[in-house]
Design a protein around this ligand. Structure first.
Ligand SMILES: Cc1ncc(C[n+]2csc(CCOP(=O)(O)OP(=O)(O)O)c2C)c(N)n1
Ligand SMILES: CC(=O)[C@@H](O)[C@H](O)COP(=O)(O)O
Ligand SMILES: [Mg+2]
Length: 644
């Protein structure tokens, strides 16, 4: 690790306040160096963090955290904040299991006001804290730091609407780098680009910035005067400023890499007694040339991984994301009515090729998952076949849109949930373990979990032909290897056997859902070595289920165990167990999934192990279930014998 001269001593924001401009420059360089080397090793959000270094320093020098509450939107830009609030040493463990989270976390520090990871929440949260504290009689400021991408999200706009109405002294720092993960989209984004690029305004801004920078720090009176001057200039130029129209004061855009200027503006901000937007222009990836040139490529950087893949297997197969990216292009080539949508995750959801090949049939709607689903419903009404790609965790935002706008009118919208199940690196906020419990019972919804390329093609084809809603879920993992057993067409409600023995006596059946199929197979191999014959059945379907078929299948087995890459409570296993009860069929059935607790950050392999869903743990658990079951049988036998 590099040697640093100033950074290690910055163990609280107070330490920052005595640094000279020269020292601040050195500090910014050290922070960048530490972020770059840590993210290259552990993975993480590189470009957003590099762009927010000076902004964070200025905020912590001007405000008094944690009495003043700084709320980071998404939180993926909070590394400098962590380094300046006593977490220099732990930063080495960034995104590692039991290490420092890549997002703000209340459990980690009193300076982390909210646990975040999903976009567009900061304005609501900061406003809530402000009003709550004012009601409680506590004195502090609340500052929401939100990116231009996150400002496209509906919740942020709802919060602006309400904050403008309330008129409280909320401070919103709009960190505008003119990028979401990829290019930012939307009318507000274009509007902000105009704010930062209007020629006459830029000239005036340069004049005012120069004026500010030449004024020695004589105190608030001068700053207030400068602010008034600036406001005067602005009001001439921006009569129609969106923020001022909504009831905010607006300052900006200011250079988000100039600590001195930002501090002076923040001093002004403290005196403003109404909601205020400070528009700060930053460069995403600042200080790392490759990241500045390709901020999208450096948004999320993968960790250095030794030779093997996340699951330690199938290194020669492609990722499920890529399998979907190919399948949707194949489908769109033969069906002109197909359109593909994403909520700001073009590359993460594998849609880059589609967007390039069919630009007129591709829609990035911004960070607007609920809007995206209803927009797709509208397209379906107009005869298109929309495929909407959204990470499982972000679909939590759009449950009502699925039920109200897609399922009730039974529209042929396909929702493609990438990052379903256990998700590496990001932690609690990004686990995709709730989609099965949220959507499995939505009437008329066909819900499938393909495991490899062949199944992905089949699932997309089935969705293309469907006359109602379809959901497809898969993990951030490699495909299960291609094989004949999985290449057979989809039969609604039924799965396929991956392994099936001849001998029907005393066999155990593993019902496997989705991406844990390789673990199910490993488990079967371990058990067979111990003399416990096991079949493995790939469920394919979450809904609908051909229950009669499934119950007949299960009745041939000594014990049936379902494993799923999602929470056990409310999951597929519970649905099957309920069907067994309903049919008065008393089978030996168990279901295993993720526990009822929030799962932190780790690699996917570690998470699978933590949940006891890896082949070895599964084998141990099934062995134990069989042992207890045999013991119960013996007890029953003894009881029966003594009764006679
Ligand atoms: C609800 C939701 N949808 C999607 C994402 C994925 N996501 C994380 S950061 C990001 C872009 C945010 O852009 P911006 O706020 O401008 O921050 P920047 O990365 O440019 O600093 C997206 C789409 C998310 N975190 N939450
Ligand atoms: C902060 C955020 O929500 C995204 O950047 C997310 O971390 C992306 O995850 P992937 O790297 O798996 O696309
Ligand atoms: Mg941005």
């Amino acid at each position: 690790m590099s040697e640093f001269s100033i950074l290690p001593g910055m163990n609280s924001p107070a330490a920052l306040k005595s640094l000279s401009s020269e020292e601040l420059k050195i500090l910014s360089g050290e922070i960048r160096e530490y972020i770059i080397e840590t993210v290259q090793r552990n993975g993480g959000h590189m470009a957003s963090n590099l762009g927010a270094v000076e902004l964070t320093i200025a905020l912590h020098r001007s405000f008094n955290s944690p009495i003043d509450k700084i709320v980071w939107d998404v939180g993926h830009q909070c590394y400098t904040h962590k380094l300046l609030t006593g977490r220099f040493e732990e930063f080495k463990t960034l995104r590692k299991m039991n290490g420092l989270s890549g997002f703000p976390k209340r459990e980690e520090s009193p300076h982390d006001i909210m646990n975040t990871g999903h976009a567009s929440t900061s304005v609501s949260a900061a406003l809530g804290v402000l009003v709550g504290e004012q009601l409680a009689g506590t004195r502090g400021r609340a500052i929401a730091v939100i990116g231009d991408g996150s400002l496209t999200g509906g919740q942020a706009l709802e919060a602006l609407n309400y904050a403008g109405h309330l008129g409280k002294n909320l401070i919103i720092i709009l960190n505008d780098n003119n990028m979401s993960i990829g290019n930012n989209v939307g009318a507000i984004s274009s509007y902000m680009s105009r704010l930062t690029s209007t020629g006459s305004y830029m000239n005036m801004r340069r004049f005012i910035d120069r004026a500010i920078s030449t004024i020695p720090f004589f105190g608030k009176a001068i700053l207030k005067f400068v602010y008034r001057l600036k406001r005067g200039a602005k009001s001439v130029l921006f009569k129609e400023n969106l923020f001022t129209d909504l009831g905010f004061k607006y300052i900006g855009p200011i250079d988000g890499h100039n600590i001195d200027r930002m501090e002076k503006i923040f001093e002004v901000a403290k005196e403003v007694n109404q909601p205020l937007v400070i528009h700060v222009a930053t460069i995403k990836g600042k200080g790392l040339l490759d990241a500045e040139e390709n901020p999208a490529g450096y948004h999320g950087v993968s960790p250095e991984v030794p030779e093997k893949t996340e699951t330690g297997e199938s290194a020669d197969t492609i990722k499920m994301t890529e399998a979907y990216g190919q399948a949707i292009v194949h489908a769109a080539e033969k069906d002109k009515s197909i359109v593909a949508l994403t909520a700001a995750m073009t590359s993460g959801t594998g849609l880059k090729a589609f967007s390039e090949k069919f630009p007129d049939r591709f829609f990035d709607v911004g960070i607007t998952e609920p809007h995206g689903i209803t927009y797709a419903a509208g397209m379906a009404v107009a005869g298109r076949k929309p495929f909407v790609s959204i990470y499982s965790t972000f679909m939590q935002r759009a449950v009502d849109q699925v039920i109200h706008d897609v399922a009730i009118p039974h529209l042929p919208v396909t929702i493609v949930m990438d990052r379903a199940g256990l998700v590496p690196g990001d932690g609690e906020t990004h686990q995709g373990v709730y989609d099965i419990s949220l959507f499995k019972n939505v009437p008329g919804l066909t819900f499938v979990a393909p495991v490899n390329q062949a199944e992905m093609e089949l699932a997309v084809e089935m969705a293309r032909e469907a006359d109602g809603p379809v959901m497809i879920r898969y993990a951030k993992d490699n495909c299960y290897p291609e094989c004949d057993e999985l290449a057979v067409p989809f039969e609604i409600g039924r799965g396929v056997f991956l392994r099936k023995g001849e001998d029907q006596e005393n066999r155990t059946l593993i019902l496997s859902l989705g991406s844990l199929l390789n673990e199910a197979e490993k488990c079967a191999l371990i058990l067979e070595k111990k003399g416990i014959p096991c079949d493995v059945y790939n469920m394919r379907f979450i809904a609908p289920l051909d229950i009669d078929y499934l119950l007949d299948l299960v009745s041939n087995y000594n014990l049936t165990v379902l494993i799923e890459d999602g929470v056990k409570t409310g999951g597929l296993g519970e649905k099957i167990a309920a069907a067994m009860l309903e049919h008065d069929r008393n089978f030996h059935f168990r279901h295993l999934g993720a526990p009822d607790e929030f799962l932190g950050q780790a690699t996917r392999e570690e998470l699978i192990r933590e949940c006891g869903l890896d082949g070895k743990s599964l084998a141990g658990r099934i062995d134990e279930i069989l042992h207890n079951y045999r013991f119960e049988e013996v007890v029953k036998q003894v009881r029966n014998d003594s009764w006679r």
